[in-house]
Design a protein around this ligand. Sequence first.
Ligand code: ADP
Ligand code: MG
Length: 298
Amino acid sequence: MGSRFEITVVANDSITAKGHIDTAVGEISRIEQLISSWDPASQTSEINRNAGNKPVKVDEELYQLIARAIGISKLTDGAFDITYASMDNIWRFDGSMIQMPSEEMIKKSVAKVGYQNLVLDEQNRSVFLKNPGMKIGFGAIGKGYAADRAKALLIEKGVVSGIINASGDMNTWGKQRLGEPWKVAITNPLDKNKAFALLPITDGAVVTSGNYEKFVTLNNKRYSHIIDPRTGYPSSGIVSVTVFAKKAELADALATSVFVMGKETGLNRINQLPKVECIIIDDKGNITKSTNIAIDKL
Ligand code: ADP
Ligand code: MG
């Protein structure tokens, strides 16, 4: 999935623990094979290849993931959109981009973005991208989904406590060995070495989207890897969004969405959702949090 997963389990001995970790790794690889847009053999690639051509029948699991992704698009007025992916070859964050894409190119690509043109057929369990050149990608939700699945599978196997850490996106259950809750430290990307908050998480996920790892600098301006699907330009103004939610999938998708929605709209939307909280750090270093979050100051 292009990111590093770290898996922690509490078990009676290391052999049992190792077995559980292998199970989690297997599950994450399985999901990668389903949702990867790089792997030409994945169902996701098949959907993309058939854009503008024909609906593609997919597994129930992928169908439901896409249906939930559309739900999040509706919830965020399109700030989150898995069809953002046709912008992938316009904005590249692998170091290969040396100049600003032209307005013309951006306009042409963003015209292909729009979850409204993704057609789901529940009866045939098929997915259809209406316009040629349309593409879906799970960059902003896949890691969270994989972490949720790995966690659910380990719970099913009787693992009482653990952490799935997907490049800093934390998904926990149970407690530490001596009964202490798991705690997550939140750092300010503008002052990296100092954590400014330590929060207990007993059964839930904490996901951060930041523009401090994946970005490109053009004409002295920093562009983040999160694209506003409505304009085709990278979002700006925020350096990091941390979202707390029961499921990593929702936290992952919402962290990306708040980035695009901006501080005010993003916060407003989060405050309307039950059991979802967030912390936003803007590019001036201001830290804003949602109404119901309790932070133990360090
Ligand atoms: P990361 O996984 O790097 O922590 P995110 O979870 O915020 O960051 O996801 C960013 C990735 O999501 C991008 O690299 C891209 O693949 C994809 N993406 C970018 N903009 C959007 C968007 N508006 N909606 C959905 N996915 C997006
Ligand atoms: Mg995300």
